[in-house]
Design a protein around this ligand. Structure first.
Ligand SMILES: [Zn+2]
Length: 525
C-alpha cells in the first residue's frame, strides 16, 4: 500500500463521473480503478454506496474482482441526517457495509448552506459531523471529511468554518479536504485560507474544481500552504469545467516539486493510462492535455526542426519519456516489443523475437488507422493468434452480409440483417431482426451458428461504444466501434474501424463471436 506521508486521492469514479455525457457502468468503473491503481494513486473513491445502486454493486464486486496493489478504496457519503443517530441512519450503514477501508464524509462548512440547504442549526450540523465520524471510527473505518463549500464558507463565517474542521478532527477524522465546490477561487486567496486551516490537528487536503481554469494551480498553491492530501480526477473529468486534473497535479508535484508520489515506472506509463481511461469513458482525449496529450510534446517542423535534432531539450520542459509521452506518438500506442511480449505472456504465449517484431508492426499499423488494443484485449489476442499461426484462423468464413433499415407505416424503425456464412463445410444463410442494425446482425450470426455451436447461446453483447475519429494525414474521418461481450464467466472487448459504422460494428461483432467460440473450447483450425 502507498505510504502515508502524502496522499494522492482520486475521485474520478464519484466526482469525475458527474461530467455531462459521462455514463460509467460498474464494469467501466472497475476497469478505471485498475488503471488508477497501476498509476500508483493512494486512494480511489469508488462512489456513494447506498445512495446509488450502481455504486453499491461496485463496492460489492470490488471486493472480489479488484486486486489493488497500491490504492485503498474510499466510499463517499454524507453525515447522518439531522435528528437521528448515526448508528440508525441507513445511508451511514451502507458506508459501514461497503467493505471500503476508508469513508469520505461530505459535510457542510458554510453557515448559510447549513441553514438554507440542510435546514438545520449550526450546532446540529456539528453534532452530525461528530456523531457520524466517531461512529464510523468505532466501527473500524478510517474517516476523511470533505468540507464542502469551505472557501466560500470561510469568507462568510471563518470562525464556524474552522469549528467544522476542529469538530471533525476531534471526532477522529484523519484528513479534512477543503473543497472549492463552486470552483471560483484563485491561487493567492486560496493559499491564505489553506494556511489558516493547517494546524487544526488533522491532515489538510484540497479538492478543487476548474471553473476559473485554476484547479491545478490552486491545488499546487494549497500544497505550498501546507496541504498534504490532493484530490483530483483522471483527465480533469468533472461537472461544469471539470475537477483538478490528477495527472497534471501528480506530474507537477513529482517532476517540478520533488515529491515522491507514484513509482517512477508508473509515472512513465501515465500517458498510456490517461488514454486507456478515455477508451473506457468514451470521451475523446484532449490532444493538448499537459504531459499526456498527443500534442503535448509535438512540434511543428520548420524553424525549430534542425535545432530539435541537435538538442531536443532546448524545446521541451521535461523529457517526455518521464510521463510515457513522446515527441510524437500514436494514441494508446502499445508500441515497444517489450510490452507486446509482456501482454503475450499474460495471455499464455511465449513469443519469439520475430513474432514479437511482426506483431508490433501490425499493432502500430492498425493503431495508426484508428484501432485501439488498450481497450480490446480479445482483438489483441486474436491478432496475436493469427500472427503466431501465420494465417487468419476463424471458425466461420463470411460470404456476405446485408442490413436493411425500414421505417414502417407506424413510424417504427426495424432493422433486418441477412448473413451468408460457411462453417464446418456448410453454407449457412440466416436472417435476424433487431432494434438496430448491429443488433440485427448479431441475431443473424447467432441464429446461423447456434446449431453448430450451441455454446453461443450463452454469449451476450453487453456494451457498444462508438467514437468518430478525426481524419489524419488528409484522410476522412473513421468510426471506431468497441463491443463488450460476455458469457457466464467472463467479459471481453473487441474493436472494429471503418469509414462505415456498420462495417466497423461488423468487424467487432465477428471477432466477438470468434473469441466466444475460442473460450468455449473450439479451436479455429
Ligand atoms: Zn467536487
Amino acid at each position: 500500500m502507498a505510504d502515508d506521508r502524502f496522499h494522492v486521492y482520486d475521485t474520478t469514479l464519484r466526482d469525475g463521473a458527474q461530467q455531462e455525457g459521462l455514463n460509467l457502468t460498474v464494469v467501466d468503473k472497475l476497469a478505471i480503478a485498475r488503471q488508477l491503481d497501476g498509476l500508483g494513486v493512494g486512494f480511489i473513491e469508488g462512489g456513494w454506496p447506498g445512495a446509488n445502486p450502481k455504486d453499491t454493486e461496485f463496492f460489492r464486486r470490488a471486493q472480489t474482482e479488484l486486486d489493488l496493489k497500491h490504492a485503498q478504496l474510499a466510499a463517499f457519503g454524507a453525515t447522518r441526517r439531522a435528528g437521528v443517530k448515526a448508528a440508525d441512519d441507513p445511508l451511514v450503514a451502507a458506508l459501514r457495509e461497503s467493505g471500503a477501508p476508508v469513508v469520505t464524509l461530505v459535510a457542510k462548512s458554510h453557515d448559510r448552506h447549513v441553514e438554507l440547504a440542510l435546514r438545520t442549526t449550526l450546532q446540529e450540523n456539528l453534532a452530525m459531523i461528530r456523531d457520524t465520524v466517531s461512529h464510523l471510527r468505532a466501527e473500524g473505518q478510517r474517516v476523511f471529511l470533505d468540507a464542502e463549500h469551505f472557501f466560500d464558507g470561510y469568507k462568510s463565517n471563518p470562525a464556524y468554518a474552522l469549528e467544522v474542521l476542529r469538530t471533525a478532527a476531534e471526532a477522529g477524522a484523519s484528513v479534512i479536504a477543503l473543497c472549492d465546490t463552486n470552483g471560483g477561487m484563485l491561487p493567492d486567496e486560496l493559499a491564505e485560507v489553506v494556511h489558516a486551516a493547517v494546524g487544526t490537528s488533522a491532515r489538510i487536503g484540497i479538492h478543487c474544481h476548474d471553473d476559473t481554469g485554476c484547479a491545478v494551480a490552486n491545488t499546487l498553491a494549497a500544497v505550498k500552504a501546507g496541504a498534504t492530501h490532493v484530490q483530483g480526477c483522471a483527465n480533469g473529468y468533472g461537472e461544469r469545467s471539470g475537477n483538478a486534473n490528477l495527472f497534471t497535479v501528480v506530474a507537477n508535484l513529482q517532476l517540478k516539486r520533488g515529491f515522491d508520489l507514484v513509482p517512477r515506472e508508473a509515472l512513465a506509463d501515465m500517458t498510456r493510462i490517461a488514454h486507456a481511461i478515455t477508451e473506457v469513458t468514451n470521451v475523446t482525449p484532449n490532444s493538448h492535455a499537459p504531459y499526456v496529450g498527443v500534442s503535448a510534446f509535438a512540434h511543428k517542423a520548420g524553424l525549430h526542426a534542425s535545432a530539435i535534432k541537435v538538442d531536443p531539450n532546448l524545446y521541451q520542459h521535461i523529457d517526455p519519456a518521464m510521463v510515457g509521452n513522446d515527441m510524437r506518438m500514436l494514441v494508446s500506442d502499445m508500441a515497444g516489443r517489450a510490452s507486446v511480449e509482456l501482454k503475450g505472456r499474460e495471455l499464455g504465449y511465449e513469443l519469439s523475437p520475430e513474432i514479437s517484431r511482426t506483431l508490433v508492426e501490425r499493432v502500430k499499423e492498425m493503431e495508426s488507422k484508428g484501432y485501439t488494443f488498450e481497450a480490446a484485449d480479445a482483438s489483441f489476442e486474436l491478432l496475436l493468434r493469427d500472427t503466431v499461426a501465420g494465417e487468419r484462423r476463424r471458425h466461420f468464413e463470411v460470404e456476405s452480409w446485408r442490413v436493411i433499415i425500414e421505417r414502417t407505416r407506424g413510424g417504427e424503425l426495424v432493422s433486418e440483417a441477412t448473413v451468408k456464412l460457411h462453417a464446418k463445410g456448410e453454407r449457412i444463410v440466416a436472417t435476424g431482426e433487431g432494434n438496430g442494425p448491429v443488433n440485427a446482425l448479431d441475431k443473424a450470426v447467432r441464429l446461423g451458428l447456434e446449431r453448430l455451436y450451441p455454446e453461443l447461446s450463452a454469449v451476450e453483447l453487453i456494451d457498444f461504444k462508438v467514437r468518430i475519429l478525426e481524419g489524419t494525414h488528409g484522410t476522412d474521418a473513421v468510426t471506431r466501434v468497441l463491443i463488450t461481450s460476455s458469457d457466464d464467466t467472463a467479459e471481453w472487448a473487441t474493436v472494429g474501424v471503418d469509414e462505415n459504422i456498420i462495417e466497423a460494428s461488423w468487424q467487432a461483432l465477428e471477432q466477438a463471436v470468434t473469441y466466444g467460440l475460442l473460450r468455449a473450447g473450439h479451436s479455429a483450425d
